[in-house]
Design a protein around this ligand. Structure first.
Ligand SMILES: CC(C)(COP(=O)(O)OP(=O)(O)OC[C@H]1O[C@@H](n2cnc3c(N)ncnc32)[C@H](O)[C@@H]1OP(=O)(O)O)[C@@H](O)C(=O)NCCC(=O)NCCS
Length: 159
């Protein structure tokens, strides 16, 4: 992991943590693809039991985050984002690997995710062991009204 990066975990609604995640969200997602969430969406999912937010910080400044929701022994990676200026330094892979180890610690046996079919993050997911499951046509709607397919991926963590 990059020197000085700290990962903070939040299981419950923490207004400052939500604001930090929204700061990353605003810079990380291209509005052309309709992948970013609003603050009410993020706050809403954080009230659900089994959801956790991980924020990567450098000197307290938020640089990236991961959001995972679990139900019983399965979970879903809902969002993974790193602020553009800090990409390509391993923060994304660190957040993803940490999400997997947090999930294992909680007794979770699989993680699912949906990703836009043209998102470069797919390479990151595959490198971490995720396998393609199926395609969901028109899953994301961009700000221009165009629809984008999603691919669903899954990792089995029992092995
Ligand atoms: C996907 C994302 C979280 C990856 O974050 P990251 O910190 O750049 O990830 P890493 O540095 O661990 O690895 C990213 C890969 O991109 C490469 N890369 C290098 N420079 C890069 C740059 N400026 N921007 C993006 N990727 C870069 C890395 O070398 C690495 O490639 P590899 O897998 O072939 O080794 C980030 O690009 C992002 O926030 N994207 C927008 C949000 C998004 O689409 N999230 C996924 C769906 S929820």
């Amino acid at each position: 992991m990059m020197a000085g990066i700290v990962l903070d975990h939040y299981d419950d609604t923490d207004r400052n943590a939500l604001a930090d995640a929204m700061e990353v969200m605003a810079s990380a997602f291209d509005p052309a693809f309709g992948e970013a969430w609003t603050l009410p969406q993020l706050a809403g999912v954080m009230t659900m039991p089994g959801t956790w937010l991980t924020i990567a910080r450098l000197d307290a400044a938020p640089l990236g985050f991961a959001l995972v929701r679990s139900v019983l022994d399965e979970c879903e990676l809902l969002l993974l984002a790193v602020t553009p200026l800090w990409r390509g330094r391993g923060i994304g892979v660190t957040l993803l690997q940490d999400s997997l180890s947090q999930a294992r610690r909680r007794g979770i046996i699989s993680m699912n995710l949906e990703v836009r079919s043209t998102n470069t993050a797919i390479r990151l997911y595959e490198r971490c062991g995720f396998e393609y499951v199926h395609r969901r046509p028109g899953y994301y709607r961009g700000n221009d009204g165009n629809l984008h397919d999603a691919l669903s991926f899954r990792i089995d963590m029992t092995g």
